[in-house]
Design a protein around this ligand. Structure first.
Ligand SMILES: [Zn+2]
Ligand SMILES: [Zn+2]
Length: 110
């Protein structure tokens, strides 16, 4: 799906500003008001693909959509992502995947 090449940066538990913008999309499941958003997309630091589940408050997310695009089928929500790519990052703790970076990601709900 993604043409991005994975970058082998050393593991670091950190929350810097992402070096670039990446697009993530996800599907909702579960019951309102708390639903599970399963989002996928590349890590903006190492380019590795992450698949993560987030518990989100869908009422807040829908309000955000109304204030933003105004179109009901364009639903975006911000979630705190932590990289969970499948690659080995030098210095990662045992049992922990990804490069350790966390960032605030806008996710398109599809
Ligand atoms: Zn990463
Ligand atoms: Zn990675």
């Amino acid at each position: 799906m993604s043409q991005l090449k994975h970058i082998k940066i050393p593991y670091k538990k950190d929350t810097p500003a992402p070096p670039k913008q990446v697009e993530h999309s996800g599907k909702l499941s579960g019951k309102k008001p708390l639903q599970i958003l399963s989002s996928t997309g590349p890590c903006p630091f190492c380019n590795g693909q992450s698949l993560q589940d987030h518990e989100i408050d869908i009422i807040v997310a829908e309000l955000g959509a109304v204030q933003g695009q105004g179109k009901k089928d364009d639903l975006f929500t911000d979630v705190l992502m932590t990289c969970a790519c499948d690659y080995d990052h030098k210095g990662h703790p045992v049992g922990v995947r990804g490069c350790g970076r966390s960032w605030l990601q806008e996710v398109e709900v599809i």
